[in-house]
Design a protein around this ligand. Structure first.
Ligand code: F0G
Length: 356
């Protein structure tokens, strides 16, 4: 095992430099992303028995999602090439990360988001970091098509995950899992939207395997929302629908590489319903103390499904990536939970409500 950590964490580019494309020191744009915790699940034994279940909590990145890993690479590279502006289409998290890293690099960010379909926390981030937020009357897939057209002809660098440097940065999530565990898990569960992250994790695992840092590879287990499951159905979904807005995508850009990750690893790409996603989302918050956004919980929902289907066995090590922080989307939390109890400001009455 080769440990890369030395003293204080320097962000993923400095920590994993030997495994990433070269970037000049002057261009590195970092908010010290990465080094997120791999949290052991203690309270779900009734569901998982003797399976070792761990959560890669990517919500603890600087802008609250895994996108920071890819964005530090994409923006640093853009800076190396003297780009003055970046652009992306987004269901919210990419726009938040793009806006923050562009601010750090002194660049302009343009972000195209589906009007009314991104979580409030993410929108507030893009605005606060000074991006030009363009809300389009269309969905994510429409936004991505427009962004591709624009970047062909104008001096703005595209930072969606079609940009290979995004994938390079995001693969460091897999490196960290291996370094924390000392080996690769048996199964790695991820939500799938535009399919960049499953592509990136698989690339990372394969690279560590090639370098003999790990001896076996995990099976990659991708989960789409049932109403937005083009890869599962085998064709684009024109009007994707799901409460998990982050993965409300009907025509993923990294479709082919997601299929390769699935097939080369012997994994699956399947769908979970919004009900299953919400149940997993609440379970994590209430039983493990971990608050993620709904799309993130598709990974755990998938693991629960695979356990029920008899795919997972005692002794397996299972990692679920929780891609974004719960605070990104407080509306859905409040809508899907019990309301706070209204009480008079009187100790006696409050004690009664408390059951004492
Ligand atoms: N989870 C969250 C919280 C996301 O924001 C995304 C993607 C995914 C999972 C899926 O990852 O696209 O690599 O398969 N969000 C993108 C965005 C599309 O614009 O923020 P993927």
């Amino acid at each position: 095992m080769q440990l890369t950590r030395k003293g204080l964490w320097g962000g993923i580019i400095r920590e994993f430099r030997d495994f990433l494309p070269e970037i000049s020191d002057d261009a590195i744009t970092t908010l010290l992303e990465g080094n997120t915790p791999l949290i052991e699940c203690d309270n779900l034994k009734d569901i998982f028995g003797d399976i070792r279940l761990l959560l890669k909590y990517e919500g603890l990145n600087p802008t609250g999602s895994f996108k920071d890993r890819g964005m530090t690479m994409a923006v640093s590279k853009a800076r190396e090439e003297n780009a003055k502006a970046i652009i992306c289409a987004s269901t919210g998290n990419t726009s938040a990360a793009a806006a923050a890293y562009a601010a750090k690099a002194g660049m302009k960010a343009f972000v195209l988001v589906p009007d009314g379909a991104i979580a409030m926390g993410k929108l507030s981030q893009a605005i606060m970091h000074g991006a030009m937020v363009l809300q389009i009357k269309g969905n994510f897939d429409d936004a991505l098509t427009i962004v591709k057209e624009i970047t062909g002809d104008y001096p703005v660098k595209m930072v969606n995950s079609i940009n290979p440097f995004r994938i390079e940065g995001q693969k460091t999530g897999a490196f960290e899992v291996c370094e924390h565990l000392g080996y690769a898990p048996t199964y790695h569960f991820l939500p799938v939207g535009n399919a960049g992250n499953i592509t990136a994790y698989w690339k990372g695992y394969k690279q560590y395997h090639h370098e003999n840092i790990i001896t076996h590879l995990p099976k990659m287990m991708g989960f789409q929302a049932d109403g937005a499951a083009p890869i599962v159905r085998g064709r684009p979904v024109e009007h994707p629908e799901t409460i998990a807005t982050a993965i409300k995508i009907g025509n993923p850009a990294s479709w082919d590489s997601a299929l390769r990750a699935r097939d080369e690893s012997g994994g699956v790409i399947e769908a979970v319903t919004d009900e299953e996603i919400l149940a997993a989302y609440k379970l994590l918050a209430a039983r493990e103390g971990v608050y993620c956004e709904p799309a993130s919980a598709a990974s755990l929902a998938g693991a629960i499904k695979m356990k029920k289907d008899g795919v997972l066995n005692d002794g397996d090590t299972v990692v679920c990536t929780l891609t974004g922080h719960g605070l990104k989307d407080p509306d859905i939390a409040l809508k899907s939970s019990e309301k706070p109890v209204k009480v008079p400001a009187e100790t006696k009455k409050i004690l009664k409500v408390m059951g004492f």
